[in-house]
Design a protein around this ligand. Structure first.
Ligand SMILES: Cc1cc2nc3c(=O)[nH]c(=O)nc-3n(C[C@H](O)[C@H](O)[C@H](O)COP(=O)(O)OP(=O)(O)OC[C@H]3O[C@@H](n4cnc5c(N)ncnc54)[C@H](O)[C@@H]3O)c2cc1C
Length: 372
């Protein structure tokens, strides 16, 4: 028996889309590679633009111990520092907890989950999609959403071509215990990258960074690169010397690139990082994934009710995606060029220290309005 919608990948984008569609009583199957709860490389700072929306779908952030963050510190490679109040602010919560809670909400609404399963390929014949998994099963649906994150083998099966990449990054995450204010998010620069630290639930902190893959190779590994490059910043040196690291090994993802992608490919609606990854220093990839999931679900609902045709669904979604996110992603890429380079990061921080009111519009440029 076919489904109305199959969602590939159960991160924030996929889970929110499943919740929105199940609320409208559609038959939804979500296929996820892992089993909840699980950790994920992410800075775990969620912009407040999606807070009312998340509360509205039944997420009790206070009960879950989310922290409230409204101050921002930026440091240069050599440890020059500036601080500002965050107008919109955000909250801190681990993906381990957040994704698991959304999974529970989706399940309670009737979403069917297939966990520990990889989607290997997707074909469309006439008006039906055939979704093939690594367990040799095939599922049918009228609509497919691709929400499998920034990088997956599936892109190869789908022959998705991206512009040539100039620089690739490695993403690394730890949970730590450290003496640090809970209302502050800090972004510390180091040669070839930047590292964020902010509080999450249970008196823990998320330490997450993006590093130039070349430097990791050159140093001979993650911990060597941390010593050689990151610890030149006195703020990072203090963290590596004094924090208690709670994971046995760091969580690592390779080959992160920020090249533009397409929002629709082979009739599949792409959401979240699968449609385009904003540079993490903007701190709102999660809210973009949530917003895109809502936009896609509303249009899919119109399609399933035969209010719009498939070509209109795809065209309207592409237009909406571009209108909401294209410029934000571009600005994020430009902003990232200021970081990871000693001269640029020092210059940027000196200039912003002299003209502090410039920082607010810069932060605003990568953020959206409050979503209800
Ligand atoms: C270093 C770093 C730090 C970041 N920090 C922040 C931050 O502080 N705040 C913020 O808002 N954003 C941050 N982001 C961005 C944020 O993590 C993403 O934008 C967000 O997770 C996007 O959600 P998603 O649903 O698109 O993808 P994901 O959350 O990555 O979910 C994709 C899911 O698909 C599954 N999957 C993959 N392939 C398959 C397959 N073939 N079959 C089935 N399942 C599959 C994966 O297991 C995964 O669960 C950061 C990103 C990086 C790289």
């Amino acid at each position: 028996m076919g489904h109305d919608v199959i969602i590939i990948g159960g991160g924030l984008g996929g889970l929110i889309a499943s919740i929105q569609l199940a609320k409208n009583h559609y038959k939804v199957l979500l296929i996820e590679k892992y089993n909840y709860p699980f950790n994920k490389v992410c800075g775990e700072y969620v912009s407040n633009e999606v807070k009312p929306f998340l509360k509205g779908i039944g997420l009790d952030l206070d009960y879950l111990g989310a922290t409230s963050i409204n101050r921002f510190q930026l440091t240069s490679i050599k440890g020059k520092s500036l601080e500002t109040f965050l107008q919109m602010g955000g909250f801190g919560i681990s993906r381990y907890t957040l994704d698991n809670e959304l999974f529970k909400i989706a399940k309670s609404l009737g979403v069917t989950f297939l966990l520990n399963t990889n989607v290997d390929d997707i074909q469309k014949i006439n008006e039906t999609f055939f979704v093939e998994t690594n367990t040799n099963q095939t599922f049918e649906a009228k609509v497919v959403i691709g929400s499998y994150g920034k990088r997956a083998k599936l892109d190869k099966s789908l022959v998705r071509k991206f512009p040539a990449q100039t620089q690739a990054f490695v993403g690394v995450k730890y949970h730590i215990k450290y003496n640090f204010p809970k209302d502050l998010i800090a972004l510390h620069n180091f040669k070839g990258g930047y590292c964020g630290i902010s509080a999450i639930e249970d008196d823990k902190y998320c330490l997450c960074y993006l590093a130039d893959r070349k430097n990791v190779k050159q140093s001979g590994g993650i911990s060597e690169m941390e010593k050689e490059f990151m610890c030149q910043n006195p703020f990072l040196l203090d963290i590596f010397q004094n924090a208690e690291f709670l994971f046995e090994h760091p969580l690592v993802i390779n080959e992160i690139v920020f090249t533009p992608k397409s929002a629709v490919h082979k009739n599949i609606l792409m959401i979240g990082d699968t449609a385009g990854l904003i540079t993490p220093l903007a701190g709102n990839g999660m809210s973009i994934a949530i917003r895109a999931a809502v936009i896609a679900s509303n249009l899919i609902s119109d399609f399933l009710q035969k209010k719009i045709r498939r070509d209109e669904l795809e065209r309207n979604y592409t237009e909406e995606w571009n209108r909401n996110f294209k410029n934000r992603l571009w600005r994020g890429r430009q902003l990232q060029k200021l970081f990871g380079d000693e001269f640029n990061s020092n210059l940027a921080i000196s200039a912003l220290n002299k003209i502090p009111f410039l920082l607010k519009p810069i932060i605003r440029a990568t953020h959206g309005k409050i979503m209800l």
